[in-house]
Write a protein that binds this ligand. Structure first.
Ligand code: ASP
Length: 349
């Protein structure tokens, strides 16, 4: 436990799931492997200077985030849920590779969230001379501890990396090397860190504190992502779509939601929807929105009943589809809910 100075200081729970931030080079192989979480904290004595009380907890086996899955999302969610009343905020250390997926999933798991859950990580391990881990961790903790009139300023799931707090379910990892590894193309930064922390209050999610937080854990991962590309092959697609394990499909389309207009393709999509399987349209562009019906090439999709993902990221689209499928909803209801912003993951028009 790291102690701060005032009795009224916020309590923050720091959760380590794994990732580069807590890794070290294996002396013999040169490969990065996870190491003891307590050692990670010993490397940052500056944490003692923060104006908050920090308790720590770690996954029993920290993982590279490439191994994240629904069970691990639940493990993380359970840690936060069982400590929800005890803490004023949560900071989650997570590998950057799938951080946007996990953080999106966590945003759906916590309905009426009234406390900050801030994800962060780093491109270089904490022990490296030029590490980005210290700044990311220290500022993430400061943001989680921000309070006004005794209440947390941030009441949503955020992702802090390289001087910006972004709405987590709006983020995508865009660079494997740069310290600025994440971007939120369709929503502005919530907090910018310079000499001062600049909170962009008007972009924050507003919480109704009278509503109780509701914790959800149901996910269904029988889904697939189909990325459009010129030359997409009928035989291959027919084969894939004939599988009876598929319960939901996300198509990453061109531009504002366009696909090939070939009859065989449209037939596969509409037959899938007729079987009661939701098909979601998200754009493979980094920014902007799906607008089915804008071009002829997407009109047929709209008529077939394809769900518009609007300006959602693929990461949030995956988490949202798994979350809603877990709720066992009739297709019509799922479509209406999917096209509605639940946690600020898509724009409202
Ligand atoms: N492979 C690592 C992970 O996602 C990379 C990182 O931590 O940034 O766990």
């Amino acid at each position: 436990m790291f102690i701060c100075h005032m009795n009224t200081s916020p309590n923050i729970l720091l959760i380590y799931t794994g990732g580069t931030i807590g890794m070290i080079k294996d002396f013999e192989t040169g490969v990065l492997v996870a190491f003891n979480f307590d050692e990670l904290l010993l490397k940052i004595p500056e944490l003692n200077l923060l104006d908050c009380i920090i308790n720590t907890v770690s996954f029993s086996t920290p993982i590279d985030s490439s191994d994240m899955n629904m069970e691990r999302w639940k493990e993380l969610g359970d840690i936060i849920n069982s400590n929800y009343e005890k803490y004023d905020g949560f900071v989650v250390l997570h590998g950057s590779d799938t951080m946007s997926y996990t953080a999106s999933a966590i945003s759906f798991m916590f309905e009426n969230l009234a406390k900050p859950i801030i994800f962060t990580g780093s491109q270089l391990p904490i022990g490296d001379l030029r590490t980005d881990a210290k700044e990311n961790l220290i500022t993430a903790l400061q943001i989680a501890a921000l309070q006004q009139k005794g209440k947390p300023v941030i009441t949503e799931v955020g992702l802090y990396f390289e001087y910006k707090l972004l709405r987590a379910n709006r983020t995508t990892k865009i660079n494997a090397e740069h310290f600025e590894a994440f971007q939120s193309m369709n929503y502005p930064a919530l907090v910018e860190s310079g000499v001062h922390l600049k909170v962009n209050t008007s972009f924050l999610r507003v919480v109704n504190r009278r509503k109780k937080m509701v914790y959800h854990t149901h996910f269904d991962n029988n889904i697939m992502i189909l990325k459009m590309f010129p030359g997409i092959n009928e035989r291959m697609l027919k084969h894939i779509f004939s599988s009876d394990t598929i319960k939901g499909v996300i198509i990453e389309t061109y531009g504002s939601g366009n696909t090939t207009t070939k009859k065989w393709f449209i037939d596969i999509i509409s037959d899938t929807i007729k079987k009661g399987i939701p098909v979601v349209n998200v754009t493979q562009c980094a920014g902007g929105s799906v607008e089915m019906g804008k071009y002829n090439t997407s009109m047929a999709l709209k008529k077939a009943g394809v769900i518009s993902g609007k300006d959602i990221t693929t990461e949030a689209a995956v988490a949202k589809l798994m979350y809603l499928l877990g709720g066992d909803l009739p297709l019509k209801v799922l479509k209406t809910i999917y096209e509605t912003s639940l946690r600020g993951e898509m724009s409202e028009n």
